[in-house]
Design a protein around this ligand. Structure first.
Ligand code: SAM
Length: 206
């Protein structure tokens, strides 16, 4: 790979989470766009009901985790806490898992983590998280071969080596490019699969 050229995944990682990365800026995602979390209090109401049902299904454990992965600035956790009955609230362990710093003024009941908690019982939740886990991108060349898309320092893109190994296997299974016209693209979702598996693995039950 030529110097100053990088993979799509590394370029996205730098743009979103590097120095002055988009998601690490003080204003947070909500300073730029709305998600369901911000659009209506009905969303937090529905999640609070889901939490109540998970608690019931788990037999009202002494500690019930509510893990929000990619928690933004803790907006959903804050809104769900406000809608949780006192009895459940006393047993609730709210975790924000975020790459950004803990915002000032957040409810002190919320534990702010850079990594998932281990072996908890409860509700694992994520809203608009996985699409923010950087991945590589493949594009078919003039012969229909899927190649890595590379990014130069000035943002120009070029095609690199053919996609091989586990990444090729992933494409063949989930986003096949065989027979696709030249210039067709696919995201290679392996890092998202791994992130999801890690998240699910954080639960002992739930
Ligand atoms: C589109 S925002 C969604 C924020 C919030 N969940 C919402 O719906 O408003 C995605 C968030 O996921 C966070 N994020 C991305 N990858 C993460 C990771 N591996 N661990 C923790 N947080 C992550 C980003 O920092 C960002 O705040």
């Amino acid at each position: 790979m030529a110097s100053g050229t990088t993979t799509w995944r590394a370029a996205t990682e730098a743009a979103l989470y590097g120095p002055s990365g988009f998601y690490l800026r003080p204003e947070g995602p909500a300073g730029h766009f709305r998600t369901s979390v911000h659009a209506s209090p009905l969303f937090a109401g529905a999640v609070a009901e889901l939490l109540r049902r998970v608690d019931e299904a788990l037999g009202h454990p002494a500690e019930l985790a509510f893990t929000d992965v990619g928690a933004g600035r803790g907006e959903l956790l804050t809104a769900v806490l406000a809608r949780t009955a006192p009895e459940l609230g006393a047993r609730l362990r709210p975790y924000a898992v975020e790459r950004a710093e803990r915002p000032s003024g957040l409810d002190e009941r919320v534990t702010w983590l850079g990594e998932l908690p281990e072996g908890v019982d409860g509700l694992l939740f994520a809203n608009e998280w996985l699409d923010n886990v950087p991945v590589d991108v493949a594009e078919t060349d003039a012969e229909g071969i899927a190649r890595q898309v590379l990014v130069q320092q000035d943002g120009e893109e070029l095609l690199g080596e053919p996609v091989t190994g586990a990444e090729a296997d992933w494409l063949a299974r989930w986003w096949p490019l065989d027979g696709a016209p030249p210039g067709s693209r696919a995201e290679i979702g392996l890092p998202r699969d791994a992130a999801w598996a890690r998240a699910v693995g954080s639960l002992r039950s739930g």
